[in-house]
Write a protein that binds this ligand. Sequence first.
Ligand SMILES: *[C@@H]1O[C@H](CO)[C@@H](O)[C@H](O)[C@H]1NC(C)=O
Ligand SMILES: *[C@@H]1O[C@H](CO)[C@@H](O)[C@H](O)[C@H]1NC(C)=O
Ligand SMILES: *[C@@H]1O[C@H](CO)[C@@H](O)[C@H](O)[C@H]1NC(C)=O
Ligand SMILES: *[C@@H]1O[C@H](CO)[C@@H](O)[C@H](O)[C@H]1NC(C)=O
Ligand SMILES: *[C@@H]1O[C@H](CO)[C@@H](O)[C@H](O)[C@H]1NC(C)=O
Ligand SMILES: *[C@@H]1O[C@H](CO)[C@@H](O)[C@H](O)[C@H]1NC(C)=O
Ligand SMILES: *[C@@H]1O[C@H](CO)[C@@H](O)[C@H](O)[C@H]1NC(C)=O
Ligand SMILES: *[C@@H]1O[C@H](CO)[C@@H](O)[C@H](O)[C@H]1NC(C)=O
Ligand SMILES: *[C@@H]1O[C@H](CO)[C@@H](O)[C@H](O)[C@H]1NC(C)=O
Length: 460
Amino acid sequence: SIDRQEGAMVLPTKLILSTIHLVLLGVLLLLAGTSSFQCSSVDQATLLAIKKQWGNPWQLVSWDPVANADHCKWTGMVCGGGCSGAVTGISLPRLNLTGKVPESLCDLPSLSRLDLSYNNLTGGFPRGPLYNCSQLRFLDLSYNAFHGVLPHDISRLSPAMEHLNLSTNYFSGTVPAAVAGLPALRSLILDKNQFTGAYPAAEISKLARLEKLTLAFNPFVPAPAPLEFSKLTNLSYLWMGDMNMTGEIPKAYSSLVNLQMMAICENNLTGEIPAWVWQHPKLKYVYLFTNGLTGKLPRKITAVNLIELDVSDNQLTGEIPEEIVNLKNLSILFMYTNQLSGTIPASIAMLPNLRDIRLFENNLSGELPATLWSLPKLIILDILNNGFTGALPTKIPENIQWLDVGNNKFSGSLPTSATGLLVFSAANNLLSGELPADMSKFAKLTRLELSGNQLTGAIP
Ligand SMILES: *[C@@H]1O[C@H](CO)[C@@H](O)[C@H](O)[C@H]1NC(C)=O
Ligand SMILES: *[C@@H]1O[C@H](CO)[C@@H](O)[C@H](O)[C@H]1NC(C)=O
Ligand SMILES: *[C@@H]1O[C@H](CO)[C@@H](O)[C@H](O)[C@H]1NC(C)=O
Ligand SMILES: *[C@@H]1O[C@H](CO)[C@@H](O)[C@H](O)[C@H]1NC(C)=O
Ligand SMILES: *[C@@H]1O[C@H](CO)[C@@H](O)[C@H](O)[C@H]1NC(C)=O
Ligand SMILES: *[C@@H]1O[C@H](CO)[C@@H](O)[C@H](O)[C@H]1NC(C)=O
Ligand SMILES: *[C@@H]1O[C@H](CO)[C@@H](O)[C@H](O)[C@H]1NC(C)=O
Ligand SMILES: *[C@@H]1O[C@H](CO)[C@@H](O)[C@H](O)[C@H]1NC(C)=O
Ligand SMILES: *[C@@H]1O[C@H](CO)[C@@H](O)[C@H](O)[C@H]1NC(C)=O
């Protein structure tokens, strides 16, 4: 503890002093010891008051000094800091706690971390108790049933606040500019509420330390992506899905050099995907699905850290570029429901981590590269509704569990072995020949669709 450290530092100089001084020092140390004892018992009394205000819920049955004198061992406690036994954190997620946040919570003077996520807490934003938490740095109220407007003086939370998570509640009204009056914020998590109007983009863009920003799933008024957000150069996580965004993805966001996750899906974005997205050195996860994005995919693709790329459900045209081969870590490739044409480039087989390829509802054609079937981790291949030609392989590799090649122009005979397949659809092609007599090589199939072909034979 800090008291003891200071004691240890002064001790050597004090030792050479007179006995009177030594006696004085002893008294001082005694006082320090007493105050640390009082400090912890004060916190214990506060915890018991909090439990009572919460209505003595069964979830807090361990908060009982008779059964366990050390309150640091009670459910959800984190102790440490200034004096021994001081409560610095309360972590009570997923306990079905109900009611309001207890008024005495911030009578715990060292409380810096409060996690009440995934409960069933109600009431408005608990400003009363929380404004008194002068050390608060982390506040997680996500996944509860809080409602009402955020207070316009929410900046009265501790200036030390680094993480504010209000996700998945019923907060409504406009997001007050004061939310950006907490200069140390690193996370501002506001997704999945009922916020309306315009959000305070100019103020948020001044939060220089911001690393994680979510505004998704709120019925904001339609507006373009704020150019000011290009100042948030420390952002690594940006989620702005389903919030009525219009206009283009700003070219200016190329300044967000630390982005690892960008989700701007389910908006009304138009125009091309800017070049910086394809060249970003740190991006791992990019979700731009369900917008009105147009244009061709570029040839310059150097965003080598991409793991998941989803540009589905837009109006993209042109071909899938050969250069996709640069994305060595790509695991998920979703480009379905666009107007892509041309073939699947053979280089795709050199992406050893590909697990899930969905290219359905495009205008792709030609034969599938034979090497596609040797991708070692491929589980799902869905190319429904395109114009592919050629034959299917005789043996579908065991790692493939979901194969939909329906509504194409595949010809030749059916595969004779597909030991891993759970779902196989090849409906509406030009397949011919006999149905396999021995279905034991299709042992795991739960769904099989072969209508609209020229197949013969009896269904086994
Ligand atoms: C919370 O409630 C749900 C649904 O009533 C129940 O399934 C779950 O076990 C409860 N969790 C706890 C920690 O009591
Ligand atoms: C949360 O509270 C609501 C309303 O009181 C109730 O309908 C719901 O079942 C509760 N959920 C859980 C997980 O306890
Ligand atoms: C907050 O602290 C002030 C000053 O110590 C006190 O008067 C007030 O009652 C406290 N509010 C709550 C909700 O505990
Ligand atoms: C809420 O946000 C904080 C800060 O980003 C994060 O650490 C925490 O895991 C989030 N809570 C949930 C339930 O996801
Ligand atoms: C940005 O993040 C880096 C690394 O996390 C940190 O060192 C730096 O201080 C941050 N910049 C600001 C302005 O907070
Ligand atoms: C978009 O904005 C309109 C008008 O403000 C609103 O009615 C609608 O709920 C919003 N939609 C979404 C998906 O946010
Ligand atoms: C905006 O996008 C949503 C979902 O992406 C869609 O439901 C809505 O019709 C679009 N609104 C306009 C005005 O295009
Ligand atoms: C790919 O993933 C591996 C393992 O997670 C990682 O070491 C590597 O830096 C990533 N990026 C590239 C370009 O390989
Ligand atoms: C689809 O591609 C073919 C050539 O492969 C082309 O003739 C046709 O116009 C394309 N259709 C659409 C809707 O883009």
